[in-house]
Design a protein around this ligand. Sequence first.
Ligand code: MV4
Length: 456
Amino acid sequence: MFTKILIANRGEIALRIHRAAKEMGIATVAVHSTADATAMHVRLADESVCIGPPSSAQSYLNQPAIVTACEITGAEAVHPGYGFLSENAGFARIVEEHGLAFIGPTSEHIRLMGDKITAKDTVAKLGVPCVPGSDGQVPNIDEALRAAKDIGYPVLVKAAAGGGGRGMKVAETEKDLPHAFSQARAEAKAAFGNDAVYLEKYLTLPRHIEVQVIGDTHGNACHLGERDCSLQRRHQKVFEECPSPVIDAQTRARIGGVCADAIREMGYRGVGTIEFLYENGEFYFIEMNTRLQVEHPVTETVYGVDLVREQIRIAAGEKLSFRQEDLVPRGHAVECRINAESVPSFVPCAGLVNSYHPPGGLGVRMDSALYGGYSVPAYYDSLIGKLIVSAPDRPACLMRLRRALGEMVVGGIDTTVPLFHALLENPDIQAGDYNIHWLENWLARQMGQAPKSPAH
Ligand code: MV4
């Protein structure tokens, strides 16, 4: 096992990784920008290294500075967290070329899944159900028109290098396709420097359901059920739950088994998330994330597993500490992403947190790097905390969430806490009756506007 690891991240996830490491007797190294000199991840770590000025490009994305920080401190492994360098195949390779362990998958697996066309082709061959679509990349509009005729309208043009919904355009009918096709290509070229696109049947009212998987370097692979992450705004998740309100135990075992078998066959190492759209009782693969996700705590809570501890063990060459039959879901967990933003404008709100009181009690976990007197910098993502609440069943979980939200004090800045109070009063949310368009439609109605997507 490692004696010292470097945490190449900031905020709540840097604390989350630090906590797992300390519980394993591993020393931690924090890296930070000049804007984060007084951040909690720096205070808690055993050592810290300043790696650059405030902008992420010059600090948390500064690969030479991070590798140098390992060499200076003697850290043997790097945990990238989520975002930043977590899905950068080149960084994973460089870390390993320096004789360090990357706490994550191989750079080859990161690269394979980073291209949505090769990802889909790979998992489809391993029996994972996919959205009907073109056979790989579509090089020109003539081929697009031919593929779309087979698929049937509406179709979605997607960027191979895509993510976050960029380079994605819907064509409702054949006459919309030339415009959608050229728009998607142009957007993909601008955003990713890669204009490769492919076509899929456009699913109109799906849920976003993702399966948590984990594999070690000894040929073992398991699934830890699913999370329902349908409540999103502008491709940012807002509220997640485990299990999904619409998946039964038999369905979970079936799709989970398919996913675990697929990653075992690939020789996948580490944690991963296989994302699906779920509509009319069917799963359709969209992409695979090769990192620890923001919403991993709902899975940890329901399955009683420390996913970060498992990540570190796997990177050190150890076996998974459980078998599939040991993984029995218990109760229900939800997560609210608390952002430093005003509601309902969602304008970021940085500044001094003059008071901070996290909620507590049975079934309440607050993952946050806040403290009273901390000033939220304007340079980074506005996520300042995650409230994870669990209970024996979903109704009790929502009651407990209401109680926990009521206890939370984040003084001096605006947060998204009021959004969750409002959502909890909604009958659709209480019933678990929502899809990927629900939140944006509800927000539009709250603002007295017409819904922008088909009513759910
Ligand atoms: C889709 C889709 C409908 N049909 N693919 C959005 C980002 C990317 N990760 C995949 N996305 C979608 N792919 C097909 N064939 C609708 C979306 C989508 C979406 C997916 C998950 C959660 C929120 C979403 C919001 C808008 C569109």
